[in-house]
Every structure is written in structure tokens, then in C-alpha cells.
Design a protein around this ligand. Sequence first.
Ligand code: NAD
Length: 505
Amino acid sequence: MAEEVLGREAASGLVKQLRETFGSGKSRSLEWRESQLKSLLKFVTDCEQDIIDALLSDLSKPPFESVVHEDINATTVRFKRCPTLTIKERALIAMLKNSCKLALKELKRWMAPEKAKTSITTFPSSAEIVSEPFGVVLIISAWNYPFLLSLDPVVGAIAAGNAVVLKPSEVSPASSSLLAKLLTEYLDTSCVRVVEGAVAETTALLQQKWDKICYTGNGRVGRIVMEAAAKHLTPVLLELGGKSPVVVDSGINLQVATRRIIAGKWGCNNGQACISPDYIITTKDFAPKLVDSLKEELEKFYGKNPLESKDLSRIVNSNHFARLTKLLDDEKVSGKIIHGGEKNQADLKFAPTILLDVPRDSLIMSEEIFGPLLPIITVDKVEESFDIINSGTKPLAAYLFTSNEKLKKQFVLTVSAGGVVVNDTSIHLAVETLPFGGVGESGMGAYHGKFSFDAFSHKKAVFYRSFVGDAAIRYPPYTKGKLRLLKALIGGSIWGIIRALFGRS
Ligand code: NAD
């Protein structure tokens, strides 16, 4: 069911409706959660071609990337734009479907109360941690992976038993309208709704009281979301971005490293991805070898004229195209482009572009690039990169290519980032046993796999007592002896307890 433009009153009515359904307990049952997850899986399977077409329309996204990142069923999709797709590539991780399948497989276990230890102080007793749904949650998603970023949190919210409002990004209009039109045909609209819209609609939604808000996007709007949430003391999951660095040491398998950097940068939406490598730091000595390798592999992947490559996404819209152009027009980086730079405004195509030795106070180094430009900073010693990274805001991801074990340890210990990957880029996103989220300016909270279930659950502490073992020492009149025994019990030392019982301090 496609929703019409939403004002404050309509938003309030929508939340009221969902709150009533949530209050009825409908979304809490295992059966309801399972049926919704199965329907979500069915939606992705049934509508794969529609999804592919929407992504092509919004982002000119190569179908191969859609299959891998947005989890479309590769076998039935028309790969008319990717004739070279291999069977092996088709078998690559399909993240969204995997999230649904994992949740369906593990749901009973995730929902089961978790036993907790109790102490002698409260003997006899038992305790458990009960995961309870927050209630009615709002999910606001971003344009760059419009299906994955919308539906992956929805999987977590449903698995945890919440009622959900999803607000996809207006910047990917075809994907947003497909979600509004088709998703709600598959899901129970008394508990799950899709609201389309831009700033006005999102503002109307943010004026309501939610039990949790999950927002994916930039930090400026992240602050708006958090401010709105603070009014109701609503907890937030903020999935933001940042400048994710790649440190490249010498003595590595350069070709593999280069290919993995390219895959993470240009192979993910042409750099329009939150964990895309934002800039490289390498040594002055190693930079020429790295640059040669990048140029060589880029040509192998995207040909001599990358603007014509079918394997590169376009820039999402003319605003972002102008923003990226401005980064290159900054006079501080004039003469620094050593590869690429070609662009075509008419079809929003931007070639992979490498800049060498950019000054750290240039525009390109002061904001998240979120596009196909890759600046390289050079240092005398690779260890200097740690201070450079830590002097900026905390990134969503930090990457290191090295064969040096000591450097790996140092990097993991010293560099603060949402996630760290050694000898690859971006791939941690697909590891469902790892939490995915930022730290500091790159966000707060995390999801994926079981972490998604936890992100949308309150961990309720539950403690059970019977009527036996009622100890008089808790109650007045308070005496020194009771105090001694109580202290010993809290201290947990058996000898202390025995001494207290025999009146010894
Ligand atoms: P966007 O423009 O799609 O905006 C995100 C959402 O915010 C949209 O739903 C939009 O309607 C809403 N919005 C925009 N302005 C608003 C306002 N004034 N008030 C209320 N809501 C508003 O996406 P974007 O921000 O351009 O996304 C790119 C950023 O998101 C980058 O910084 C990127 O790193 C980050 N990102 C992070 C992740 C992650 O998982 N951590 C994933 C993708 C993108």
C-alpha cells in the first residue's frame, strides 16, 4: 500500500494505530515474527527484477553489485548489462537474504531468556535476561543501498517483535516507491508500514514519540534525529559515515591489495558507500608503485574509457555531482590529479580519479568524499599514519594492508574506528558475526546478525525469589553483627562469612 504525503497529524495517527497493534501483543509472538520474515524473504525473491530495475533507475547500479550487495536472486535476473558474470560470482554473499535466513534459523534461540548467575547474597534465587521488543520503531534509511539499508534494520526490528515504520530515502525515488508499493503487500500492515517522503515527512515523523529510532545517513541529519529523539528520551541507532582511511605498507602482495582497494572504492557504488576507502596513506617510497598498480588494475576493470563502463555506478544526482566537482576544483588540489578526472554531467558519470600528495587542509581531506575520488597522502614512515587518522574524527572503517604482524597489532590497538579490516576493504560488512556500526562521529550502536535483534530489543533484567530463605539481616533493628555479616556476604568470601557468623571482625 503506497502511503500519501504525511503531515504531523497523519504521522501521529499512524503511530497511534501501530501502538495499538503493538499493545495487543500481535508482533510479539514467534509465529508472527517468523511469518513476517518469511514474507520479507519472499518479497526479495518475487520482486528481484523490480528491485534490479529500481536500482538501475536510481543509481545505474550494475546488476552484479545489486545481487551481491542488495541480495537479489542472481539466477533469475536478466544480466543484460553484465554479460561476463560467472557462476562463482553469482554465488557471492547475498546479505539481505542471509539476514532473513539467519533470523529465521536463530529466532527461537535469540528470543529465549538468557540465564544469568546469582550470588550467595541473594541465595536462593535465579535470574535471567529477557529480550523484549522496544515497541514502535522508526527506521530512516539512506539512498546509496536503498534496499539493504532499509530492509536489514527491518529484519532486526521484526525479529525482535516490534511494530515498524520505514522511511526510505527520497534520493532513490524508484527504490522508495517500490518499497512503499510492494513491500506492504507482503507484510502485515497493522504492524509494518512504509512512509515515503523527504524532509517534511521525516520531520513530521520525528515529532512523534518512538520507542527506538534507527537512522542511516549523514551526521548533520544524525544530529537532527538525535535532538528529536532526546525530547522523548528515545534511544537511537545512528549509522553514519566518515573518512575511512586505507594505510598501505610496503612488502605486500601489491596486486591483491590494489584489487581489493578498487573493489571497496569503485566496485561499491562508485565510492558512494559508507565504508568506501576515503583516502590512502602510504610512504613516499612506496607511493609510485601503488599508483602504477592502481592505474593498471583500474584499466583492466573499467577499460580505457571508464565513463563508458557498464560496471561503474553513476553519481546519484546533480547535487552530489556538483559537490564532487567542487572538491576537484579546490585550488589546493590543482595539479594533484594523477589519474582520471573525466566526467560527464549529462549522464552523471564520473571516472575513478586518483590524487597524489593532497594537502591535509584541502576540501577533499576535510569532508567525507562519498564518490569516486581517491586522494593519497604520503608519509616518511607508515607508523605516522596512526596519528594522522587519530587526529581526525573517528571513521566508520579503517583499513590496513601489511605483512608486518607488529604493525597489524599496533593498528588494531591504536586506531579507533567503527570497524577495522586488515588486508582487505569493506568485506567485514558481510560477516554476520561482527557488529556493524560507528563510533564517535561515525555513529552509535550497531546491527547485523544477532546484533540486529539486540539493537531492537530491551534487555530486561528479571530476578526470581521464593518465600524461603528470608534472612533477618536485611531488616531492622540494624546491629553491628548484621552489618558485619552483610559486608561479608557482599564481599563474597566464605572465610569472611564464617568469621562474621562467629562474631569476629
Ligand atoms: P539521504 O540524503 O538519503 O538522507 C538520509 C535520510 O535522511 C533520508 O531518508 C532523508 O529523507 C532524511 N533526511 C534528509 N534531510 C533531513 C532533515 N533535514 N530532517 C530529517 N530527515 C532528513 O542520505 P545521505 O545523508 O546523503 O547519506 C550519505 C551519508 O550516509 C554518508 O555520510 C554515508 O557515509 C552515510 N551512510 C552510512 C551508512 C552506515 O551504514 N553507517 C550507510 C549508508 C550511508
